[in-house]
Design a binder for this molecule. Structure first.
Ligand SMILES: [Zn+2]
Length: 224
């Protein structure tokens, strides 16, 4: 599974079978959205910075409801959670998406705003790759995100929904989140998740002796 960061909460996944899925395409947030073709588009909720499906090219299927779906060799599952810390009373609901393909299970937390709970973590596990908002204000912040990362046990974690130069959304940069972990790697362009996970599993063999679990934070730069 190939992954490319398009900015904010938007990513492009390409499965081994060539199925292309874009998550949360953004509208006018101050960043340019690249030309990208998709077979499927996931929308966590109907806010302008997540639901601009008109920016995506192709005859794609839209996934914007809770449930279980499939598209070629990709299995999708969406569950409804809260966009704030009071059950959705302030900002409504957001979908958490699970994408499974080629033996890799990935989770995109949407605009999750709920404070840490073991109940939610138990619904996320097991997950190989976790995409988590860290910018605060409209979502969980760096400190809350760290609690989820520590409890969920994903091997690869990718922060999203944070401030970058040019963004017009009032959220924090990823620095606090990145500073709270040891193993942070900055990347640009497309990454091969199977290769990243394999590398991580090899590193874990050494870590196991020290009774630690392998975790790599991938800080992705937009590549357009
Ligand atoms: Zn948002």
């Amino acid at each position: 599974m190939i992954l490319r960061y398009l900015g904010h909460s938007s990513f492009l996944f390409v499965s081994d079978g060539g199925v292309r899925i874009v998550t949360d395409p953004f509208g006018d947030v101050g960043l340019s959205f690249p030309r990208v073709r998709a077979d499927g588009v996931t929308v966590s909720h109907a806010h302008y910075d997540h639901c601009n499906t008109s920016a995506v090219e192709g005859a794609f299927k839209i996934f914007d409801r809770a449930g279980e779906f499939s598209l070629g060799d990709v299995k999708l599952c969406a569950i409804e959670r809260a966009h704030d810390e009071c059950g959705g009373k302030k900002r409504g609901k957001t979908l958490v998406f699970f994408l499974e393909s080629g033996g890799i299970r990935l989770c995109h937390l949407g605009d999750l705003g709920e404070n840490f709970s073991e109940e939610l973590c138990s619904r996320l596990r097991p997950v190989d790759v976790l995409l988590i908002p860290v910018g605060g204000n409209y979502t969980i912040d760096a400190a809350e995100a760290k609690k989820y990362v520590d409890a969920v046990g994903a091997r690869i974690v990718i922060p999203m929904h944070y401030f970058v130069k040019g963004l017009k959304v009032d959220i924090a940069p990823p620095d606090d989140f990145l500073r709270s972990f040891e193993n942070v790697e900055k990347r640009k362009g497309e990454i091969d998740l199977a290769a990243e996970l394999f590398e991580q599993k090899c590193a874990e063999k050494d870590l196991l002796r020290a009774d630690r679990k392998g975790l790599k934070i991938l800080y992705l730069e937009r590549s357009h």
